[in-house]
Design a protein around this ligand. Structure first.
Ligand code: UD1
Ligand code: M6R
Length: 371
């Protein structure tokens, strides 16, 4: 049931304040005056000790689920101190990459039925790793075959393009990072700030959704383009990949997410006055590096669309002209949840304006159950 919406993708984008609320329900504990704020993931509580002892955490997934894990990787590394590596499920299998008994492997999948991810799970089980699932579908193959896990509880996702599952996956993995990381005195302030940030996330997502019309106007401007680049780094490297995946998947426009740190190692050659480029430059430890990326793109006359934190328009437009998308600021590790929303809206409107099928993009299936 699409309710008041024309398409499932549109409905699922706009329902994110609610889906994020259900994802967190009963799992975040605010704590009384002297009690610490904590996270409780029922499906993991008996396995946390084993996870904390593991030598490595390996995230495994495909498409958007892989991107969600990539978004959560920095905070998991920070809070756990355990090395976190990333695997696209098919590539791990192609290489028969090493997986050890001392590894914790985390399988991220909305459907819980993706063939590549499921095959990688069988492979990790054979190799004796602890297997953790993060899925949206209770009773799915991945939920059943993993040793333990967390349901993201985002509600059924119908549109082939994954939207609300992405943001809920990131939130679950941020909670996973809090659960694995011990609550040492030195990390308490950071943990509290993240938990407060999680509580206010639904209202911040409601705020960023107000950019709908602005994104429709931007889509109108880009309707006839051949290509769109998206530059991001740090917490928002994943946002660049995921934004580009949405645009190519539904709007059938070539789009590439680029790690901004790689700009001079090739992509800069593409920049001219015609190619539109989205640069994600919200406030975090990488902000000044992104400012210099913007300057260098400006020097090549790049057609920039800069996403920045509210009130930062002047700091990102120095020395050039560009379009600006201002988004509400949240705790840095949660910013990818906010930043993807305008790009989801952009992909949605581009698709509708270009006259393509939003919910069933050509050649694609919601659940990829064959290799
Ligand atoms: C569970 C109940 C929820 C109830 C809550 C109350 C289910 C599905 N969930 O939620 O309805 O309100 O307790 O305390 O009945 N699991 C995997 N692999 C996965 C995902 C989950 O093995 O990929 C396992 C978990 O380890 C756990 C079980 O499935 O044993 C349920 O997981 P989850 O729904 O996340 O647990 P709770 O949030 O505690
Ligand atoms: O169900 P899964 O999360 O395992 O699916 C993985 C990918 O097939 C999926 O995310 C795909 O990339 C989406 N259509 C992207 O929107």
């Amino acid at each position: 049931n699409k309710g008041k919406y024309e398409h499932y993708m549109q409905k699922e984008i706009h329902e994110q304040p609610e889906s994020l609320t259900t994802t967190m329900r009963g799992r975040l504990i605010r704590g009384g005056s002297c009690k610490a704020k904590t996270v409780l993931l029922g499906g993991l509580k008996d396995h946390l000790k084993t996870i904390r002892r593991s030598r490595r955490i390996v995230f495994i997934g495909c498409g958007t689920s892989y991107n969600a894990a990539l978004a959560a990787r920095p905070i998991l590394e920070e809070l756990s101190g355990i090395p976190v590596t990333m695997e696209i499920a098919s590539d791990l299998l192609d290489r028969q990459g090493p997986i050890y008994r001392e590894d914790t492997t985390v399988f991220v999948s909305q459907s819980g039925e993706t063939a590549d991810t499921l095959n990688a799970l069988e492979y990790a089980l054979e190799n004796g790793a602890l297997c953790v699932g993060i899925t949206n579908t209770v009773g799915s193959a991945i939920a059943r075959h993993t040793h333990c896990g967390v349901h993201i509880n985002a509600g059924a996702e119908i549109g082939v393009a994954s939207t609300k599952a992405y943001t809920s996956q990131i939130v679950v993995m941020a909670m996973l990072a809090l659960a694995i990381g011990g609550d040492t005195i030195s990390s308490q302030a950071r943990r509290d700030a993240i938990i407060d940030g999680l509580f206010e996330l639904p209202s911040k997502v409601r705020e960023v959704l107000k950019l709908d019309q602005e994104m429709k106007d931007l889509a109108q401007l880009l309707i006839a383009e051949q290509s769109l680049l998206v530059f991001g780094r740090g917490y928002n490297y994943a946002t660049a990949l995921e934004g580009a995946l949405k645009v190519k998947e539904v709007a059938l426009m070539h789009s590439e997410g680029i790690l901004a740190g790689e700009m001079k190692h090739g992509p800069l050659a593409l920049v001219d006055e015609n190619l539109p480029i989205v640069v994600i430059a919200t406030r975090d430890a990488c902000f000044s590096k992104q400012q210099s990326v913007i300057q260098q793109l400006n020097a090549r006359k790049g057609r920039l669309i800069v996403m920045c934190s509210k009130g930062d328009a002047a700091s990102v437009t120095v020395g050039g002209s560009c379009r600006v998308i201002e988004v509400p600021q949240v705790e840095d590790c949660l910013q990818p949840v906010i930043n993807i929303v305008p790009l989801q809206l952009l992909a949605y409107h581009l698709t509708v304006l270009r006259g393509y099928n939003v919910d069933q993009p050509r050649n694609l299936a919601k659940s990829v159950t064959t290799e």
